[in-house]
Write a protein that binds this ligand. Structure first.
Ligand code: ADP
Ligand code: MG
Ligand code: MG
Length: 498
């Protein structure tokens, strides 16, 4: 049989004999008893599928794999089977997206709200401070952003005890995996089409994923609104990017569906090759730029020198559509998330009571560190909290005993407190999962985070796009705190509706 020559190994025990409740509502429990040969075959097929369909990332161990496409590719880490998720909360998450899209747009227009809310953070966090400086300059010159494009991803976890869908954060810059996330949904449908009967799962329960076309179409429409057929879309990239295929998927679909050309530039290249014409047109390497799509610029390490900051400012001053603009970027910070969760703040931006109630329902506990009650409780029970600085990209949060230590270090009233927010720790259910990484399948207890992609485009008073466009699930071993796929903690996944 084909399984006899499979060059695959499975990590910790396929042969799981732990008994599970037979009449459980979780269909994934059945996979405990999966036949090892069948499992090998599914893993093998999945690895072939990834390689043939571009579900790939650059391989760190190969030089240039983050620079030259086609060099040193390996399959992206993935979960072999989709994760169970209740239909009701799935629908709830989808319904929230358009409200969040609108909220971000309105918050972005309230310059004073952004400046005031972040004013204390500004004093202690150099990175946020530099972003705010650019924002201030735009306020001073009364810079108008008439065409506004948001490509967001709102992330959630399902609290196991209450079954509440709770928001982790909303990303307004560099929301990743619209390309690869779609492919994982396709991979899972494909595997279940083939093996579903053997594992008791139906492929029809994996929701279709439109993240890639949704994002590409929004970029294409923004390009069209800019209205210059010779202009290009510029993707701002890091100097080395192992997740480049996720980005190339977008550029490729943008070219196929909208005949739009994409160029890729680092912030340093934008600084050296960029110029601003008197009418605000941005030229980079002599090419007119209609839309700037940031897949870099969200972390301090993206700005190793002044020239990267100059590039950011140059772009912000231009008439190109920025995804995101500096105000969209700031509206997605954790401090703003925490402020929006305070009583009566959403009411400043939205009128519809029903929509406000829906948003509020998904807010976890969020506190500023000048809240003595929350801080006291976090000192006593640090395991129930997460301490978050104003950072993006994973790996920055503080958990467990480090929460207490950090809170103690940041003595009462110290300015440094404003660099962080405190958040209720969410505990999703841990389920047995097959995680595939570097061609090897491991089984472990894992927890999942659902991301919903949203696209928003408007030109002056006209909302052209406001949509929920696909999803992403990232699943990680439950003993790990952080969740980054690129950082090596998590795998890409999709959902199985129950
Ligand atoms: P980033 O912008 O760096 O992605 P996040 O707020 O998403 O910051 O936090 C990173 C990861 O930390 C999340 O993907 C999630 O795995 C974990 N995490 C964040 N907040 C919580 C929380 N309140 N409860 C449990 N885990 C959390
Ligand atoms: Mg983030
Ligand atoms: Mg995150």
């Amino acid at each position: 049989t084909s399984s006899s020559f499979l060059p695959l190994k499975c990590g910790a025990g396929i042969d799981i004999r732990e008994t599970q409740d037979e009449n459980t509502s979780n269909p994934m429990m059945g996979i405990h008893n999966i036949n090892p040969d069948l499992l090998q075959q599914m893993v093998y097929d999945a690895l072939v599928w990834c390689s043939l369909h571009g579900l790939v990332v650059g391989d760190k161990s190969v030089q240039n794999s983050g620079i030259v496409p086609g060099v040193g590719m390996k399959h992206a880490p993935f979960a072999l089977l989709p994760t169970s998720f209740p239909q009701t909360q799935w629908q709830q998450a989808c319904d929230l997206m358009c409200i969040f899209n609108e909220l971000i747009d309105r918050v972005s227009l309230d310059g004073n709200f952004l400046q005031d809310t972040l004013s204390r953070t500004k004093r202690v966090d150099v990175f946020t401070s530099r972003l705010l400086d650019i924002h201030s300059m735009m306020l001073e010159i009364k810079k108008k952003e008439e065409i506004r494009l948001g490509l967001h991803r709102s992330d959630y976890m399902l609290d196991d005890q209450t079954k509440d869908l709770l928001q982790i954060e909303l990303n307004t810059i560099s929301s990743s995996f619209p390309g690869l996330g779609c492919l994982v949904s396709e991979l899972h449908s494909n595997l279940l089409n083939h093996y579903g009967d053997h594992v008791g799962l139906q492929s029809g329960r994996v929701p279709g994923n439109t993240a890639l076309t949704g994002y590409a179409d929004a970029l294409g429409q923004a390009w069209k609104e800019y209205n210059d057929p010779r202009a290009v879309v510029m993707v701002v990239v890091q100097t080395e990017e192992r997740n480049m295929y996720d980005q190339h998927w977008l550029s490729t679909v943008l070219k196929e569906r909208h005949a739009v050309t994409t160029i890729r530039k680092t912030l340093a290249e934008v600084d050296s090759e960029g110029e601003l014409l008197p009418d605000g047109t941005l030229l980079v390497g002599g090419q007119k730029v209609a839309v700037i799509y940031f897949r870099a610029g969200y972390a301090p390490s993206d700005y190793p020198s002044e020239s990267e900051w100059e590039a950011r400012l140059l772009m912000e001053c231009s008439s190109a559509v920025k995804c995101p603009s500096i105000s969209y970027h700031l509206a997605g910070t954790k401090k703003i998330q925490q402020e929006l969760a305070k009583p009566n703040v959403l009411e400043r931006f939205l009128e519809n009571k029903d929509e406000i109630a829906k948003l509020r329902k998904c807010f976890a506990g969020l506190w500023s560190l000048d809240d003595p009650h929350a801080v006291r409780d976090a000192l006593e029970r640090p395991e129930l909290y997460v301490l978050k600085p104003q950072r993006e990209g994973g790996g920055n949060n503080i958990y467990g005993n480090n929460v207490r230590e950090t809170l103690l270090k940041l003595q009462d009233g110290s300015e440094e407190q404003a660099a962080y927010i405190l958040m209720q720790r969410i505990f999703p259910i841990a389920s047995p999962t097959f995680l595939v990484r570097d061609g090897i399948c491991h089984q472990d207890l894992a927890i999942s985070e659902l991301g919903i992609y949203g696209a928003y485009l408007r030109n002056k008073q006209k909302v052209i796009v406001n949509s929920q466009s696909g999803y992403l699930v990232r699943t990680k071993v439950s003993s790990s705190n952080e969740g980054g796929v690129a950082a090596g903690f998590a795998v890409l996944d999709s959902i199985y509706l129950t």
